[in-house]
Design a protein. Sequence first.
Length: 171
Amino acid sequence: MKKRFCIMLMTAIFFWGPVGKTALPEENKKDLAYHGADAIFQAEGIAIFWAILKGDDDEHSLVYINIVTTGKTASPFHKFSLQAIDPFSKEKKWVFTDKVFEQNNLVKLNRASFRNMMERRFFFYMKDVPAPDSSPDMTVYYMSIPDTAPEFLDESSLLSYFKGAMARLAK
């Protein structure tokens, strides 16, 4: 019985760490990372909407990504960056860095740009001027364009969709 208790205790310590462990300040930092799988994503006071403006082919189609604040108060985020990643080679390329985060942020990308570098990671920063190597306060990552992203033939219909989606989200 005593041997079994010792084995269980050792297993618990191995899997969950030492008993009575106190958290260090660095461990208290909120590390927010979300997988944005759908065309509509909402967390931490922001919403991300995806849609496609259909052209004749991928070279002439645009992916619209609308990132908006959802709360009545200003967003806690001041800057954001976007990175493209090749899932096979793990090559990374910045689409843009340190863009000012406003109430409404519309990003337009060529659909063909997702062919090889299909993953996208949005990094959000609470500081006005993030240090060059500072870690983001929140990350939202997508494996590719969400399958649920609707396609439109004209920009006015696409922008109306964004407005309607935001109104539905606010209810």
